[in-house]
Design a protein around this ligand. Structure first.
Ligand code: DC
Length: 232
């Protein structure tokens, strides 16, 4: 049986994970958050006191790591590092920068590639990340490049931090968004870019519902899934 795959790539804060999660629920696909896997490597480096950009040290650490994920009945992805549930810990603000630094290392990308491909071989997936359509799943049934203006993405991130009761400064959040974009788009290995065969979805002026409907329409059309039905 051939499973179907939808790749959603784009910069941080474009709403990839929120939208992919809802789309997966709607369509009966598995949602795979690949950023969470890079975050787990970033957390591992931090726990061991290894600078996340120190290529050789991070590469030496990789064979020692046990990174696994599983999906509960709710379909949500939980991450485990050496058997410990780190699903919440990888969402700390300072892990974002660690993740972005380890993600620039070719050794880390190679190490995580098979885990991502295996998941797509075994399930219908909506996988979100930076290089899913360009590198990880080049034969995906649909590739979406989801983006929004940096200010719009920073605004969403800023509100999210405030809602979680964390302190936040908009200008700093915007600076971090721009820095992360630069690191993710300018790295040598698997940089973030829109592949020639990816469909562009810009959500700058759209709210969550509008963005959801836009993507759902694209997927239904391309995969031939009728309204009100799950994928067969
Ligand atoms: O989507 P996120 O913010 O949770 O991702 C964390 C970091 O991991 C981000 O800076 C880019 C990197 N990443 C990547 O390089 N490739 C992916 N497929 C997913 C994430």
């Amino acid at each position: 049986m051939k499973y179907r795959s939808i790749a959603i790539d784009g910069p941080s804060g474009a709403g990839k994970s929120t939208l992919a999660k809802r789309l997966a629920q709607e369509l009966g696909f598995l949602y795979v958050d690949t950023g969470a896997i890079y975050r787990t490597v970033g957390l591992a480096a931090r726990q061991r006191g290894i600078a996340p950009a120190a290529g050789e040290c991070v590469a030496e650490m990789l064979p020692e790591l046990s990174i696994t994920m599983d999906y509960g009945e709710d379909g949500l992805q939980r991450m485990f590092l050496d058997g410990e549930d780190v699903t919440a810990a990888i969402r700390e603000n300072d892990i974002s920068a660690c993740a972005s630094k380890v993600a620039a290392l070719p050794a880390v990308r190679d190490f995580l590639m098979e885990m991502q491909r295996r998941t797509a071989r075994e399930h219908d997936v909506i996988m979100d990340g930076r290089d899913i359509g360009t590198v990880v799943l080049p034969n995906a049934d649909l590739k979406i490049f989801l983006t929004a203006a940096p200010e719009a993405r920073a605004e969403r991130r800023y509100k999210e931090l405030l809602e979680r009761g964390q302190q936040a400064d908009f200008d700093q959040v915007l600076r971090e968004v721009i820095e992360r974009d630069l690191r993710d788009t300018q790295r040598e290995t698997a940089p973030l870019c829109q592949g020639a065969d990816a469909v562009l979805a810009d959500t700058t002026g759209l709210d969550l519902e509008g963005s959801f409907q836009l993507l759902l329409g694209m997927i239904r059309e391309r995969l031939g899934i009728k309204e009100g039905t799950h994928a067969e």
